[in-house]
Design a protein around this ligand. Structure first.
Ligand code: SF4
Length: 210
């Protein structure tokens, strides 16, 4: 059976990406209702929601198959009770990022490359996210701390590559991104900028030609 939801977006008028971002599905009951799934057959894990809340865009849900618990898109966002299992070897910081965090907002794990946690949130919560326990509170830099981040990069000429990550860096406004990218662009030893984002998939309206 392949039956998709016709439309979860009520208006024909294109919405601004900021409006879509402020209208995410965060209630498991609403999600299951839209997908015509019986909540009693697979109740969500309240502990998992408490640690990492449900969050998904309506357009991503629109691509899910009705009535299918095994839908791969649903499984990416559904807070299953399987998450409560204690599994030997599983840790909350699998990439050991806490040990590679010399200044707030910057991870320096590999030679020649740093990652900036440009924005502490995303348009979707992927259940598999390896940063679901990340210390965003300590890695959401103030303006002063962004200067520390830039100083750190300026002072290490071996750094050639910057990755904008998060969270999702495209959850920042164009103005914020332009400012940060402009500051990075003035650092002569940087040659590569990468942007790690799921926005093209979960909120394609975020992208523009500008
Ligand atoms: S950081 Fe990336 S993988 Fe993690 S929840 Fe956000 S979009 Fe998903």
């Amino acid at each position: 059976m392949t039956q998709n939801i016709v439309s979860l977006v009520e208006s024909d008028q294109p919405k601004k990406w900021q409006e879509i971002l402020s209208d995410l599905i965060t209630d498991p009951k609403e999600l299951l209702q839209l997908l015509q799934l019986d909540p009693s057959s697979q109740p969500p894990s309240l502990a998992a929601i408490d640690q990492f809340p449900l969050k998904v865009t309506r357009s991503f849900v629109e691509a899910m198959e009705l009535g299918n618990w095994q839908d791969p898109l649903l499984r990416q966002v559904w807070p299953s009770k399987l998450e409560e299992a204690e599994i030997s070897g599983f840790v909350s910081d699998p990439l050991m990022e806490a040990e590679a965090n010399p200044v707030p907002g910057l991870l320096h794990k590999y030679h020649g490359r740093v990652l900036l946690t440009a924005v502490p949130h995303c348009a979707i919560h992927c259940r598999y996210c390896f940063r679901r326990h990340f210390n965003y509170g300590g890695n959401t830099p103030s303006q002063l701390q962004w200067n520390q981040v830039l100083d750190y990069i300026r002072s290490d000429q071996s750094i050639e590559e910057v990755i904008l990550s998060g969270g999702d860096p495209l959850a920042a406004s164009d103005r914020q991104l332009a400012r940060l990218i402009g500051q990075l662009d003035e650092i002569p030893h940087l040659t590569t900028l990468r942007i790690h984002s799921r926005m093209p998939i979960v909120l394609p309206q975020r992208l523009s030609l500008e």
